[in-house]
Design a protein around this ligand. Sequence first.
Ligand code: UT7
Length: 331
Amino acid sequence: MSKITAAITAVEGFVPDYVLTNEKLEQMVTTTSEWIETRTGIKERRILKGEGLGASDMAIPAIQKLLEKKGISPLEIDMIIVGTVTPDYAFPSTSNVICDKVGATNAWGFDLAAACSGFLFALVTGSQFIETGRCKKVLVVGADKMSSIMDYTDRATCIIFGDGAGVVLLEPNTEGLGIIDSILKVDGSGRKYLHQKAGGSVKPASHETVDAKEHFVFQDGQPVFKRAVVGMAEVSADIAERNHLKSEDIAWLAPHQANKRIIDATAERLGLAPEKVMLNIQKYGNTTAATIPLCLWDYEKQLKKGDNIILATFGAGFTWGAVYLKWAYNS
Ligand code: UT7
């Protein structure tokens, strides 16, 4: 019997309509459009406006479009894993909410918190259930409403992040396509540089935590940048090397979109020309767990069956990693 691999067989995305441009940010904090663009590559980002809307409200339309496109009933879905650091609620999980609202009543699932690496960690987790034969259809979601934890008076963070959601469908493949290899890493000693100070069990919400703005993202950008440049490039080079992939064998790099300078360093390390690097940071900013599926969504039409693709990420925690996959379909 041929080996079962987990292949991405569909991708969809959702970004909110509201566009927060660099020029609008110039009115909100002391910055310039030029600084933001040259230091990060970002021109604009999307923001989910409206009362009572959470990460699931972006994931659900993406999932519904995917199911419609594939002609799949929600009842066929076995599992939904949601990479997010901005869940609808602390509990129940966003996955639970999504299963209910899309009518995936035969599915189970959970949220996975690995910050910007949430999608990649969820993808590798979901792939295990396909490879073992336990599941036939797994939805892997990356969804973050970063605006819900953003201090729009802090120019060090608010210029970077945006809101969005992406989803892929994983199905079994016996042609040797799909996820071939992965390297995932964590280093908890990096947690001090990028985190949310309050709202967890260590420091529950109080008037004081709200007054001290401790429910917003805290980031010490420089140390994160330095580790990200090295970490994302190294793990990408390692996965290429151990799979005997030379730069000419790699069709695409799908990197986490945190800062164009980090992406460029990774591409350079792999010896890849800019045409092989998926890039949408200029229009969405850093959507945390959603960046990689949103890249696959934007570039789907250009991807060919059999293409060697490296997905790479670095995020808070620290968390980082790379996945090597062979694209499984022509769209
Ligand atoms: O996705 C999760 C992981 N996160 C990341 O990968 C983010 C990694 N970090 C970064 O991308 C960068 O560190 C930032 C984009 C956050 C900041 O860029 P930087 O080049 O590292 O700037 P910096 O923090 O070293 O600050 C340089 C200068 C400072 O001024 P002085 O002290 O040199 O006078 C900052 O105060 O730039 C100033 N600055 C700004 N100026 C205009 C910081 N933010 C801004 C701003 N507009 N928005």
